[in-house]
Design a protein around this ligand. Structure first.
Ligand SMILES: *Cc1c(COP(=O)(O)O)cnc(C)c1O
Length: 376
């Protein structure tokens, strides 16, 4: 059996090695290292894949979120709502810009932002909502967009884990993750569902004016060369990464199917076990399984992790500490117990190996090891 990893980038690369190497070689041969060439090609291919008007490539997913907030012109003191059970980047950029992060609880079943909690958090200072499509499944966007419209709020989707996931609105419209709100952001970090060989990210929008603003913010606040209209940043996807992404985008649907196969295998083995809760599906969204995350019921998580580790099976806790409990984000407004669902999740979640190269032999070995421990 092949060794089991959380993410197996090496085996994935072996299958596309010739095209990836040729793409990188082409960048070197043409010396278009920044902008132009491969970056433009990839941008247009992704626009087509997502059926979105503008893809603006940037240096990473965190930059994408920051640039989105800057382009919307939010000002210090403006409140931005984000779930407390997520990766730190979402709240980090809000804080860096001097905006006020307001955290809310999540839904126990889907791990995504709780609509009830979101409604309660809106104040006259609220300016934007950043829902995170956690683990590869879209948040309840129909409700979120309705609430945003009623209160005149901007919405920025954090689609760093959900590229390729599709959401169906009640009128039957199907829209890709990250393309439902005014702005969407994604990351091409190597382990993400569409990952490059370093850092990368992108911003999506259907709004021409906003796209122009986003491009300018990402390019030193510059519209006409060497004339700076506002304070921007320098954030670019480089051509080598675009060359890798151009190849991998062609396989994204295949990659998603492989992840869904692994998830279905896990589901079939774990469903009905009273110690394990399998990931719930939002009926309006497909799930692209950036992570396959179990909720443990009366199971010693650290002991299970050790049992698996002894058998050569990695398993990770995403995420062990909620935003409102992080040292850097201590805030007199929040204390332990304020977001009971998120806190409960951070104590009971466990993510199993999930990637495009898992075979049934490995899946059988992993599921047998988990079941042996929880059924003992
Ligand atoms: C990965 C990730 C980010 C940040 O992406 P980087 O490219 O690492 O900066 C932001 N939000 C979420 C939910 C992520 O998973």
């Amino acid at each position: 059996m092949k060794p089991i990893q959380m993410v197996d980038l090496k085996s994935q690369y072996e299958k596309i090695k010739d095209s990836v190497n040729a793409g990188i070689q082409e960048v070197i041969d043409t010396t278009t290292f920044i902008k132009g060439g491969k970056v433009n090609e990839f941008q247009h291919q992704l626009e087509k894949y997502l059926n979105v008007k503008h893809v603006i490539p940037v240096a990473n997913g965190t930059d994408a979120l920051q640039i989105a907030l800057m382009a919307l012109g939010l000002k210090p003191g403006d409140e931005v709502i984000t779930p407390t059970f997520t990766f730190i980047a979402t709240a980090e950029v809000v804080a860096l810009l001097g905006l006020t992060p307001v955290v809310v609880d999540v839904d126990f079943d889907t791990f995504n932002i709780s609509i009830e909690s979101l409604k309660k958090a809106i104040t006259p200072r609220t300016k934007a909502i950043v829902p995170v499509h956690l683990f590869g499944q879209n948040a309840d966007m129909e409700e979120i967009l309705k609430i945003a419209k009623d209160h005149n709020l901007d919405v920025i989707e954090d689609a760093c884990q959900s590229i390729g996931s599709e959401y169906t609105f009640s009128d039957g419209r199907k829209v890709q993750s990250g393309c439902m709100a005014e702005i969407g952001c994604t990351s091409f970090f190597p382990s993400k569902n569409l990952g490059c060989f370093g850092d990368g990210g992108a911003i999506f929008t259907n709004n021409d004016e906003l796209a122009a603003k986003i491009r300018a913010v990402a390019n030193h606040g510059m519209v006409v060369r060497y004339y700076h209209d506002f304070v921007g940043v320098n954030s670019r996807l480089d051509s080598m990464q675009a060359a890798v992404l151009e190849v991998k985008l062609q396989y994204l649907d295949e990659y998603i199917a492989a992840r869904q196969h692994a998830a279905a295998y896990y589901d079939a083995k774990f469903n009905g076990n009273d110690k394990l809760i399998i990931p719930a599906r939002n009926t309006a969204s497909t799930h692209v399984f950036h992570q396959y995350t179990l909720k443990l019921v009366d199971v010693d998580r650290a002991a299970l992790q050790k049992h698996l580790s002894d058998k050569g099976i990695p398993a990770m806790v995403y995420y062990p500490v909620c935003l409102h409990m992080q040292k850097a984000y201590q805030d007199p407004r929040y204390k332990e117990g304020d977001f009971p669902v998120a806190e409960q999740l951070s104590a009971c979640v466990l993510s199993l190996p999930m990637h495009t190269e898992l075979d049934d032999e490995q899946l059988e070995y992993i599921t047998a090891a988990v079941l042996k421990f929880v059924n003992k």
